[in-house]
Design a protein around this ligand. Structure first.
Ligand code: GTP
Ligand code: SPV
Ligand code: MN
Length: 610
């Protein structure tokens, strides 16, 4: 690029951004913005600078247009409610594509699309898609700006709701534009709700398009998303970049992008341990991230609730950061008795989506309080009473809030921390015990690769149906999952890899009731995990791994029969799981690492002669 020619001062000034270096790298960004505007034909371009004034104005505009409802300023200061279109309430895995050059690189677990063909289809969809709207340019950093494990990107979008959300979930601002101008690599993400305005019909509160595409181009580090305004479909920094694209970057460059919460556990002796946990969507990450231990003397600090980027340090340990800056958390089930920390986090400056509105201008959802208010406006905008016979809040209704305002946030939450333990979990009504420790890294990777979980409302599909979700990454791995498993095997070749555990808070009795009280009581499992790391708690070997010889149950009353069932290992059930694992592995052909096939054979042998 001829910098002098393409980067005249007037050209830069047109956007109100003036990086200190008017470099070729900056010209490339400008060219991309202008090409996208030429295609999508918005009325205006707004380069987002990330200031408070700008944010206030954006929110006020959305209240004026009906896109947001301002909540009562005394009850819930600085907070808003958005109601989505009824057909746009969750991630859409069937509309999510990995457009890698080679179909094999996407693997059997992803929808693959030919990149050239898909680009053609998207170009047609984006043609004029922003007419009548503002095109926002949002430079963002995942991880603190300029941090050693951080990555940057730019999202172009015509959704002010997406802009407001990205401003909470990532670090947005001029410093990022500076980094781009300075030559830092960045990821291009383009989003349109696909609802151009022709001037004759008025806008709707939640514009979207029935034709939806969430497309990733891992070979060129790009994301294009069309038609949906919801969460992971529209906040492209999150699942699209920080997991799907970043998982590919990590494979190429020797690090990992994982669907994990990140916490610091402080023991009564004052020793700190760092634990990451991969649970599928709506399976307890945010709750564990904000755990308030019921075991006296233990403390948990929050570092992240959804995504961790992990890289080997020079000391032979694995270091992790939370690349996000906010929480996009599930509302239903979040209450004083389950997650008091979240309730306290949500006292101000929150964007709620698809929860119910109270008569005094506050919000409510199932589980916030034991008793529902007598009258509400439900997530669709209709009158609701407790005998309406339907939920007031959508099961996947969410809050968007800054991480820094959580009372449990670690003071150094933006720094990398060394991992002591990794947990894998899911929703399993049967078979999987409350906690089991892997024999070693290789066995732990095998465990991760075999995780199944019951479907939740976080994505489309039948809630409750059991499905494979290895490493909780099934919907988020941007490349062939067999290669991803191999990458995991390799990443354990550091001198001191973390210990690995499998947990399950969701095992049910024959009467359909959860056997384990969960939430704050999960600290009892965390206590055992830490004591194992310290070499201070005994374990007994079982065919599937090491079980606690004893769990601290002081102060709670879990019937012995429930405990027995929580830890029951049914050899036949596990042999059946082993058969399903083999069938799953076979879908990858011979790309599955030998090490995992050997782990499967060893599991079968242990189950045959316990
Ligand atoms: P995403 O944000 O979609 O990735 O979900 P998440 O993994 O962060 O799940 P979250 O912590 O929001 O929990 C999802 C649902 O599971 C909520 O309704 C919680 O109340 C419920 N839940 C979380 N932890 C427990 C637990 O220990 N026991 C039981 N029974 N339910 C739990
Ligand atoms: C999930 O589904 O795992 C979420 C919500 O955290 S979304 O951002 O929509 O992916
Ligand atoms: Mn969450």
């Amino acid at each position: 690029i001829d910098t002098a020619q393409t980067l005249s001062t007037t050209r830069i000034d047109a956007y109100g951004v003036t990086p200190t270096h008017a470099t070729a790298a900056f010209a490339e960004l400008l060219n991309w913005v202008e090409e996208t505007a030429d295609l999508t034909r918005p009325d205006r371009i707004h380069w987002v600078e990330g200031s408070d004034v700008e944010r206030e104005a954006l929110l006020a505009d959305m209240v004026d247009s009906g896109a947001l409802i301002k909540l009562d300023e005394t009850l819930r200061p600085g907070s808003y409610l958005a109601r989505s279109d009824e057909r746009d309430v969750a991630r859409l895995e069937s509309r999510t594509f990995i457009a890698s050059n080679s179909r094999d690189d996407a693997g059997p677990t992803n929808n693959w699309a030919d990149p050239a063909e898909m680009r053609g289809r998207l170009t047609a969809l984006f043609d004029g898609s922003m007419e009548g709207r503002t095109m926002y340019v949002v430079p963002f950093s995942m991880g603190k700006v300029g941090g050693p494990l951080s990555q940057i990107g730019v999202q172009i979008t015509d959704s002010p709701y997406a802009v407001a959300s990205i401003s909470i979930m990532t670090r947005v601002g001029a410093e990022v534009t500076e980094l781009i101008a300075g030559g830092s690599p960045w990821v291009r993400t383009i989003h349109s709700v696909g609802a151009p305005l022709d001037g004759s019909t008025p806008d709707v509160a939640w514009p979207s398009n029935d034709d939806k595409y969430i497309v990733h181009f891992p070979d060129t580090l790009e994301v294009m998303s069309f038609g949906s305004g919801y969460g992971g479909n529209a906040i492209l920094a999150k699942k699209c970049f920080a997991l799907r694209i970043a998982s590919v970057q990590g494979r190429n460059d020797g690090w990992m992008a994982e669907h994990m919460l990140l916490i610091r556990v402080v023991s009564p002796e004052g020793r700190a341990y760092h634990v990451a946990a991969a649970f599928p969507s709506a399976c307890g990450k945010t709750n564990l991230a904000m755990l308030r231990p019921t075991v006296p003397g233990w403390r948990v600090e929050t570092l992240g609730d959804d995504i961790a980027w992990i890289r080997p340090g020079s000391d032979g340990r694995l270091y992790a950061i939370n690349p996000e800056a906010g929480f996009f958390g599930v509302a239903p089930g979040t209450g004083v008795s389950t997650n008091i920390t979240a309730v306290e986090t949500l006292h101000r400056d929150v964007i709620f989506t698809n929860v119910a509105l109270t008569d005094d201008g506050d919000v409510w959802w199932e589980g916030l309080t034991d008793e529902a208010p007598e009258h509400l406006i439900d997530w669709r905008g209709d009158d609701w009473t407790p005998d309406s016979g339907r939920p007031a809040a959508h099961p996947n209704s969410r809050f968007t809030v800054s991480a820094a305002q959580s009372p449990s946030i670690a003071p150094d939450w933006e720094e990398a921390v060394p991992l002591d333990a990794i947990l894998f979990g899911g929703r399993r009504a049967s078979n999987v015990p409350l906690v089991v420790e892997a024999f070693d890294w290789g066995h732990g990777v095998f465990m991760g690769s075999t995780i199944s979980s019951e479907r939740t409302a976080a994505a489309e599909g039948t809630v409750g149906e059991l499905r494979r979700d290895p490493f909780a990454m099934m919907p988020f791995c941007g490349y062939n999952m067999a290669d991803y498993f191999a990458h995991w095997v390799e990443m354990g070749e550091v001198a001191s890899p973390p210990a690995i555990f499998q947990v399950n808070w969701f095992r049910k009795g024959t009467d359909g009731r959860f056997l384990w009280p969960g939430f704050g009581e999960n600290s009892r499992v965390i206590e055992w995990v830490v004591r194992r790391i310290e070499g201070a708690a005994p374990a007994v070997d079982s065919p599937i791994g090491r079980l606690p010889e004893e769990l601290n149950l002081d102060g709670i009353d879990v019937p012995q029969a429930d405990l027995d069932e929580l830890f029951a290992i049914d050899a036949e059930g596990w042999l059946a799981e082993a058969d399903m694992t083999e069938a799953f592995y076979d879908t990858f052909g011979d790309r599955i690492p030998d090490a995992l096939r050997e782990q499967l054979a060893a599991l079968r042998a242990r189950l045959a002669s316990p």
